[in-house]
Write a new protein. Structure first.
Length: 396
């Protein structure tokens, strides 16, 4: 009997952990730490060798970064569509503050990075690396403070990160696309047109979309556009609403919501951790302390820490000062400063853009060091700031 009760408690605790907002970020922190430890242990040679083993036409690392991450981008696309049409970003009044803050939080970090690397055209290619916010990490840290942070700030950060992801998708499509194969691109456009036709014909079962989505991924991969963007394109064609008058015509039963619900835990607890483990491992063997102060790593770190802080907080301050928007309800400027710092945690998407920007493994290691420096500093200072100003404002 006691064994049954114990097992029940373990299952209940596990379920609560998997359902908690902070869990995805916590798992990612653990996995990133394990990757760094592995890359600097006796297992390092095996770790790097396995990632470069070919399985069919691609190496294991490419399967992870190009195929598995397409599922991550599919979920990102579903979240963007839902929020824009039926959520926190469904009206211009709701979009203006997080939208403008996201734009400022992308522009200023890019400028900070270019300030450090303007004299090196090759290094300047990485300007977009510090523009990204890792929603799992940032919301994970914020959620640790519970009711000491008003719900309006969590909504603001989630909305900002979603718009930030949209910006990152556009940046990848425009600036990190290889030479184009027009025939494959044309075929991908035809598949996308058929997916759109399914939507207009009110096809509400998921399997036709997913089957054509797999074909779309192959064609986008062959076209030279980064294959993960196929996930976003597929997401935009998944129906959000059921036909009015049907017995179950509620948004919660829509194909988009069903697919988003199906993907949420696998992406948070399997796909992103696998990506993190495969890409966060940086070997410090032979790395001098000078790397921590060299322009590329410093540009990334300063972009994430100072760029995000001034880009997000500065934009919010300007909008509030001009009375174009209000500070999130019950939030203080101290708390907004803490959240702006958390936006500098740029792990997953920053790593992804860094891998696209640079093919040289040594340069990639410098990028990873910059991301780790900036993200750890931003997360720690953001947490300290929220702890100092974390007393929840009284309701009025």
């Amino acid at each position: 009997m006691s064994s049954t009760v114990s097992t029940g408690r373990i299952q209940s605790t596990l379920r609560q952990f998997l359902d908690a907002e902070a869990s995805g970020g916590i798992v990612l922190m653990v996995v990133a730490t394990l990757a760094i430890i592995t890359a600097n242990s006796a297992l390092a040679e095996n770790y790097f060798h396995i990632l470069h083993v070919y399985i069919g036409p691609l190496s294991l690392q490419h399967w992870i970064n190009d195929a598995l991450m397409a599922v991550f981008f599919l979920l990102v696309g579903l979240e963007i569509k839902r929020e824009m049409l039926d959520g926190q970003l469904s009206s211009w009044s709701r979009r203006i503050l997080p939208g403008a803050a996201a734009a400022g939080g992308m522009a200023v970090p890019a400028l900070v990075y270019l300030y450090f690397n303007w004299s090196d055209p090759a290094a300047a290619r990485g300007w977009a690396i510090p523009t990204a916010t890792d929603i799992a990490f940032a919301l994970g840290v914020l959620s640790l403070f519970g009711s000491r942070v008003p719900a309006s700030l969590k909504i603001f950060l989630a909305a900002l990160a979603i718009i930030d992801d949209l910006g990152a998708v556009i940046v990848i499509a425009l600036f990190y696309t290889a030479e184009l194969n027009l025939m494959a691109l044309g075929a991908a456009a035809l598949v996308l047109a058929n997916l759109y036709l399914f939507n207009r014909m009110k096809v509400r079962v998921l399997w036709p979309y997913l089957m054509l989505g797999a074909v779309l991924w192959v064609l986008v991969f062959a076209s030279g556009v980064h294959a993960t963007l196929a996930g976003v394109l597929l997401a935009l064609t998944i129906p959000l609403k059921l036909t009015p008058g049907t017995p179950e015509a509620t948004h919660a039963e829509s194909p988009l919501h069903k697919l988003e619900h199906m993907l949420h835990k696998p992406v948070a607890f399997v796909i992103v951790p696998i990506f993190g483990f495969a890409n966060a491992g940086v070997s410090f063997a032979g790395v001098s302390t000078g790397v921590f102060s060299e322009p590329l790593a410093m540009g990334v770190a300063a972009g994430l820490l100072a760029g995000k802080l001034f880009g997000v907080l500065g934009t919010v301050a300007i909008l509030v000062k001009l009375k174009l928007a209000d500070l999130p309800a019950q939030a203080s400027w101290g708390q907004m400063t803490g959240v702006s710092l958390l936006c500098g945690i740029g792990f997953t998407m920053s790593l992804f853009i860094g891998l696209l920007a640079f093919s040289n493994p040594a340069v990639q290691d410098h990028v990873k060091i910059g991301i780790l420096m900036g993200s750890i500093a931003a997360g720690a200072l953001g947490a300290l700031c929220l702890a100092a100003f974390g007393r929840r404002a009284k309701a009025v």
